[in-house]
Design a protein around this ligand. Structure first.
Ligand SMILES: [Zn+2]
Length: 153
């Protein structure tokens, strides 16, 4: 008898959805960064990306793409070299200037569809009630991220 080393189908699906959401949120963060004045990926962009993804549901198409990406992340055993590019990314996240200052999350000034929606989401975040348990988890992890980076919402 094998002890619970295997994930159940249900657990697998949950992990995939989490990965899909996270990778999609990262894409939003990158867009926000590209549309910002300083083009530096800061905690603000990361947090805004997560908030956007929590409050603006993925389209079916986005979900399919993200799930495929999540799946290939989970089951990738071929020649993709993961030479720690992720680590490099996380180094750029903080600009050390305001690392110790507690301040409100600052969205960029861009008026495109995504950036405008992000500002609306920011305004409504505190009153937002997630629709399911997974949403609850995302909301609390966003609050946790804010705490870590000294950001207020
Ligand atoms: Zn924009």
């Amino acid at each position: 008898m094998e002890l619970g080393s295997e994930l159940s189908k249900e657990q697998e699906t949950i992990i995939q959805v989490i990965l899909a959401n996270t990778s999609s949120a990262m894409k939003i963060s990158n867009t926000l960064c590209e549309h910002s004045d300083d083009k530096v990926l800061k905690a603000d962009e990361i947090i805004c990306g997560l908030i956007y993804r929590l409050m603006v549901p993925m389209t079916d198409e986005e979900m399919t793409t993200s799930l495929q990406e999540a799946e290939s992340l989970m089951y990738d055993d071929d020649d993709d070299d993961d030479e720690g590019e992720q680590i490099e990314d996380s180094e750029q996240i903080e600009d050390t200037d305001d690392l110790n200052t507690i301040r409100k999350v600052k969205p960029n000034n861009c008026n495109c569809d995504i950036c405008s929606k992000v500002r609306v989401c920011l305004l409504n975040f505190n009153d937002y009630l997630p629709k399911d348990e997974l949403g609850d988890k995302f909301k609390s992890s966003i609050l946790e991220t804010c705490k870590t980076h000294n950001r207020l919402l």
